[in-house]
Design a protein around this ligand. Structure first.
Ligand code: PRP
Ligand code: 7HP
Length: 188
């Protein structure tokens, strides 16, 4: 059966960030990170699954030595609200003691996921630990944490696409959009 991308896109109320806007901003972040980490061979840690598209584009354009690793975190709660409980599903494989580490996230909302991860990785004594988030929703913050590099500050809207999901779907949209309210109200 053919994949119905039109149906998928019909669920999107409006595009918040286009492919072009995302591409340009990721390139700017890459230039900044390449400059800041010159000669440091940083380890970039992708937070599965939402960050995969951002991570892939970001790593592709870093013009210096770097290494990759992956971590998976599960947060309980429904799609719209973090429960405050975070659990480690898959740890990184590499030792980070003495390494320069950058955690790569798609979005910071309550901040609880990134807070958990930075606290966890700090105990392993990296040389430095920074965070890069494509999207930041500061209005939703529930703990005192700010990403070191931010792609876009966005309003308090539930967004999907470019890796971000609603109930596991919409990650494959190439842009970041806001769903029509009926998509999630009908699903409740
Ligand atoms: C999303 C997102 C962040 C987290 C941000 O992950 O990818 O990791 O929520 O929310 P917070 O700032 O309120 O903690 P999710 O748990 O939905 O998993 P996913 O990456 O697999 O979609
Ligand atoms: C998590 C998350 N996932 C998708 N879209 C959003 O707006 C989100 N905020 N926190």
């Amino acid at each position: 059966m053919a994949f119905n991308k039109t149906g998928l896109e019909n669920d999107v109320g409006y595009v918040l960030l286009s492919e072009t806007q995302i591409r340009q901003r990721v390139q700017e972040l890459d230039m900044q990170i390449t400059r800041d980490y010159e000669g440091k061979n940083p380890l970039l840690v992708c937070v599965l699954k939402g960050a995969v598209n951002f991570y892939s584009d970001l790593c592709r354009n870093i013009a210096d030595y770097m290494e990759m690793d992956f971590i998976a975190i599960s947060s309980y709660g429904n799609e719209m609200k973090h429960s405050g409980i975070v659990r480690l599903i898959k740890d990184i494989d590499k030792s980070i003691t003495g390494r320069h580490v950058i955690i790569v996230e798609d979005i910071m909302d309550s901040g609880l996921t990134l807070n958990y991860m930075t606290n966890l990785l700090k105990t392993r004594n990296p040389a430095s630990l920074k965070t890069v988030c494509l999207l930041d929703k500061p209005e939703r913050r529930e703990c005192a944490i700010t990403p070191d590099y931010v792609g876009f500050v966005i309003p308090d809207e539930f967004v999907v696409g470019y890796g971000l999901d609603y109930a596991g779907t919409y990650r494959n949209l190439p842009y970041i959009g806001v769903l029509k309210p009926e998509v999630y109200t009908d699903a409740e």
